[in-house]
Ligand binder design. Structure first.
Ligand code: C2O
Ligand code: CU
Ligand code: CU
Length: 494
């Protein structure tokens, strides 16, 4: 993979890029499906393979209902030391409280909106019933100021997820409305520490306040809003301590609205065990993993018994000086390193994805254009006449692509622009099978795939969850300025 990035901070310059990144996922389906691809020519019909319950059985409900409340309101935090930063926060903290439940548990989360503007909460990566997906205008009405909405669901997959506002994300995520959501395995956690690390960057002014222009024209046109100050779990230095010999599970989540990280574990022995929530099936290379907005990577890190001192996990995406993300301070009496195989829960059967013959191909052309006619009304933004599009249409003007429940389908993202697009599909996972026509073997699933400038990425989806789901770029300004469409999974055509 090569990349060239010209990036300067703190002036909001353009990140000019050419690169490739990673991706993937998918699926399930029981039984033989003989469905004719609606858009396939008759001759292109291929016989479907039988898939065997790739996601495993849905977990048995534990019968436990875990209740949480999240209240969105304004707050103040300290990020830069230069002065207080006004934020929007769940329960008064950025990130909001970590929701951590056991596999099979039901959550009931009452979200109350104490802001002056509408909001909603989306459970990124969790396969929830459609009505619980938290997308205003698609799955629910926005939660008006002063109102509440109760979300209730039983996550079917164990793993690392997160929640965030799905309303005007370029402002609401940027201001701090996000938190972690972890579904623990149904076997005891064998690690000596299990730590969630939410990586965010903030664009602050010299006095420590957030730059108030959340709709900056150049950010919209290029790679979104990149920050000046980095935080992990809301602070600059999360102060992670470990003893020699410890074995940690680190759950890294990119909650940034636009910034991309290329992970470098330095001297640490780190093995990737899960991507975007789902176990990877076999260990994957953690060094060099590209964590785009929305992506998660779970790593299994063993601290050598004879180690001491500070170990860094850093980011090398821009090719400039590495940015320290997390420093782990190793000291104290060594512990006996726990010995166990990395966990590997129920995940889809990905082994054959590359050989799948999708019933059809759904091509999405990702482009941007100056709409010099009538500015599309986004909150009085003077520069809002630039629009991002998918197949020529700009959200909320979107076509609805219909996929057959249980069907397989190839999605081809064609990036006809010079910006990155970390594309995110709600409701289902997918697997990357090719980049620029060259087959790739990614042994894991994804819910976000980074599509580089000018790049074409093919993924296979097996549509497993019924409903009309949003599919969008996770660079929040790109989505806000049109890069979103609808993907309907329907049993109607069967
Ligand atoms: Cu993490 Cu539609 O979003
Ligand atoms: Cu999502
Ligand atoms: Cu984008």
């Amino acid at each position: 993979m090569t990349k060239e990035v010209a990036w300067s901070t703190p002036d909001r310059s353009t990140v000019a890029v050419a690169m490739a990144a990673a991706a993937a996922i998918v699926v399930l389906v029981v039984g033989a499906l003989a469905v004719v691809g609606r858009s396939g020519a008759p001759g292109s019909l291929v016989e479907r393979q039988n898939f065997t319950v790739p996601y495993g059985q849905d977990p048995l409900p534990s019968g436990t209902v875990r209740e949480f409340t999240l209240t969105a309101a304004t707050g103040v935090t300290t990020i830069s030391g230069a002065g207080p930063t006004d934020v929007w926060a769940f329960n008064g903290s950025v990130p909001g409280p970590e929701i951590r439940i056991g596999l099979g548990d039901t959550v009931r989360v009452t979200v109350t909106n104490d802001l002056q503007v509408p909001t909603s909460v989306h459970w990124h990566g969790i396969r929830v019933p459609h009505s619980m997906d938290g997308v205003p205008g698609v799955t629910q009405a926005p939660i008006a100021p002063g109102e509440s909405f109760v979300y209730e669901f039983t996550p079917p997959d164990a793993g690392t997820f997160w929640y965030h506002s799905h309303k005007r994300g370029n402002e609401q995520l940027e201001r701090g409305l996000y938190g972690a959501f972890v579904v623990e395995d149904d076997v005891p956690d064998p690690y000596t520490q299990d730590v969630t690390l939410l990586i965010d960057d903030w664009l602050l002014k010299e006095d420590g306040k957030l730059d108030p222009d959340f709709d900056f024209g150049e950010d919209i046109r290029h790679n979104g809003r990149w920050g000046s100050d980095l935080t992990i779990n809301g602070v600059r230095d999360p102060g992670l301590n470990a003893r020699p010999g410890e074995r940690l599970r680190l759950r890294l989540v990119n909650t940034s609205t636009a910034r991309i990280y290329t992970l470098d574990f330095g001297l640490l022995q780190a093995v990737g065990v899960a991507v975007d929530g789902l176990y990877a099936g076999s260990p994957l290379e953690a060094d060099g993993f590209v964590l785009a907005p929305g992506n998660r990577l779970d790593v299994d890190v063993t601290i050598p018994v004879d180690a001491s001192g500070v170990f860094q996990i850093s980011d090398g995406f821009t090719g400039g000086d590495p940015l320290t993300l997390v420093a782990i301070n190793v000291e104290g009496t060594p512990v006996e390193p726990p010995s166990f195989d990395p966990p590997n829960g129920s995940v889809p059967d990905w082994s054959s994805a590359r050989n799948w013959h999708p019933d059809r191909v759904f091509e999405l052309a990702l482009t941007g254009e100056e709409a010099n006619s009538q500015p599309v009304g986004l909150a009085g933004d003077p520069e809002g006449d630039f629009r991002w599009t998918i197949n020529g249409r700009s959200w909320p003007d979107a076509s609805t692509h219909i996929a057959d429940l249980g069907g397989t389908e190839k999605l081809r993202f064609v990036n006809d622009s010079s910006a990155f697009h970390p594309m995110h599909l709600h409701g289902q996972f997918f697997q990357v099978i090719a980049r620029d026509g060259v087959p790739v073997r990614e042994g894991h699933f994804r819910d976000v795939v980074l599509v580089g400038a000018g790049e074409t990425v093919d993924v296979v989806v097996v549509a497993t969850d019924e409903g009309t789901w949003i599919l969008h770029c996770h660079i929040q300004l790109h989505a806000e300025y049109g890069m979103a469409t609808l993907y309907e999974v329907s049993s109607a055509g069967r």
